[in-house]
Design a protein around this ligand. Sequence first.
Ligand code: 3PG
Ligand code: MG
Length: 395
Amino acid sequence: MTFRTLDNLDVAGKRVLLRADLNVPVRDGKITDLTRIERLTPTIRELVGKGARVIVCSHFDRPKGRRVPEMSLAPVATALGEVLGQRVRFAEDCIGLPAEQAVDRMQKGDVLVLENTRYHAGEEKNDPTFSAALAKLADIYVNDAFSAAHRAHASTEGVAHKLPAYAGRLMQAELEALHAALGNPARPVAAVVGGSKVSTKLDLLGNLVTKVNVLVIGGAMANTFLAAQGVPVGKSLQEAEMHGTAKDILDRARSAGCEVVLPTDAVVATELKPGVSTQTVPLNAVPADAMILDVGPATVAALTKHLATLKTLVWNGPLGAFEIPPFDAATNAFAKAVADATQKGALRSVAGGGDTVSALRHAGVLDKMSYVSTAGGAFLEWLEGKTLPGVAALG
Ligand code: 3PG
Ligand code: MG
């Protein structure tokens, strides 16, 4: 993992094209979570402080090469200005005359946000002409969008070959945290993988069994593993067509010397809705008409005991249907135990993936992990052991 950082980079008076991930969650026209914007500010402040002209570009949502007005970055640029406490200008297009004129008007220390890169089809096609049009705006390229680095697009990959390319502070922090968690971790290292489907996390599980000492499987995906071994799971969500695959992953874990930990008890109900009456049962006693909606307290106790022996933990995916209480209980309890061990300095904890971040925020421990990645898909691809094109292009 080699990449150039902002250390010793002279940007005074230079035009810096900063690839950010401004793809923030929006509901009814309002930004619902500023995390991605906040995480970006150290890089912008550093560049501004060094006298650069900071030209921020990003995709937003999936307009598929068309100018979809609801997918404009203009409101996000305003929010960025508020978070930065600095005036942020906006250019109506990310290439061509509107962008070039806006850049020409910039002074040292100014920040400009360019309109959505995905308004142009060339972005997702990684079209060299489009990359060249972006590169033309700047002297230096800085990529701070780890969460978009799994996309080989013009603004994440192509342009990195057309300008001197550097990792921003957020990109650097992500890569360093991830390297410390799986690249060269303090051992024993465990991975906790939850969520609903084995089918979406196949490559990830296959890669993890070769890298970690302990693999904890939770969420509905554990049901598939249990059912594959002949455990009746009632009406629980599970993927019958994945039983063979699940057994294969268990075999691979065995030959790699990776201990797989599955739930031993569960909280069940006949439907998934708030306040529904629940039962806690051992896993050999799931009623035929019930669904497993969370792992049980005995499982949480066993996981917490495991924690005491671990030095590193990577977490992706909740243990239960945490969005609907009381099925958040196990995820909350385990999150708190991970936070405690981390705060004591006994554990390095790295978490990521969209649902995982919401689950940790819900448990009130988002800022008590060693590192929480802002990435969704990119975090998963990294767990799969894949090379991320946006990162590779910085090497
Ligand atoms: C994300 O939100 O995961 C990134 O911004 C990537 O977005 P995409 O899945 O639309 O490429
Ligand atoms: Mg996405």
